[in-house]
Design a binder for this molecule. Structure first.
Ligand code: ZN
Length: 160
């Protein structure tokens, strides 16, 4: 059975950046399950999964445009340190939930200068070229419920 629309695929992966550093991996975990054609994984990877079958091993290089996009300058803002009430010491790399008109958003402190704090709400992998090493572990038909929800249920997917 090949990966196509209306199928669920489970795969193991290792994700490295351009420098060869491992960013994420399914090693030691259950394979990642996704509903093909539903946008559960980045577009550049989903495209390459089409037509693959159990046991297929391959490498995919995904450009930022087909990965997590390019960093958006609008997502980078300077806020006064006083906005971080209750935080003892602000440090670069700290993560916070910010309330925005679009709902809660995860931001990271990118820079601290005097009393001005620069926060970045872009995806940590925005602007990065992604190198995936993939092994397809299982391919099956999606259930009607999975198709209706737009995601996988059970092993490697949603439990609700
Ligand atoms: Zn569901």
């Amino acid at each position: 059975m090949q990966i196509a629309e209306r199928t669920v695929a489970l795969f193991n992966y290792t994700l490295t950046n351009a420098a060869g550093d491992v960013i994420d991996s399914s090693e030691g975990r259950t394979p990642l399950a996704y509903l093909h054609g539903a946008g559960n994984i980045v577009p550049g990877l989903e495209k390459e999964m089409t037509g693959k079958a159990v046991g297929d091993k391959f490498n995919v290089v995904v450009q930022p445009e087909e990965g997590y996009g390019m960093p958006n300058p609008i997502m980078i803002q300077v806020v006064p340190a006083a906005a971080f009430q209750g935080v003892d010491k602000l440090e670069v790399g700290m993560e916070f939930q910010a309330q925005t008109p679009q709902g809660p958003m995860s931001v990271v402190i990118a820079k601290i200068e005097n009393d001005e704090v620069t926060v970045d709400g872009n995806h940590p992998l925005a602007g990065q070229t992604l190198h995936f090493e993939i092994e397809v572990m299982e391919v099956r038909d999606a259930s009607l419920e999975e198709l209706a929800h737009g995601h996988v249920h059970g092993a490697g997917g949603h439990h609700h």
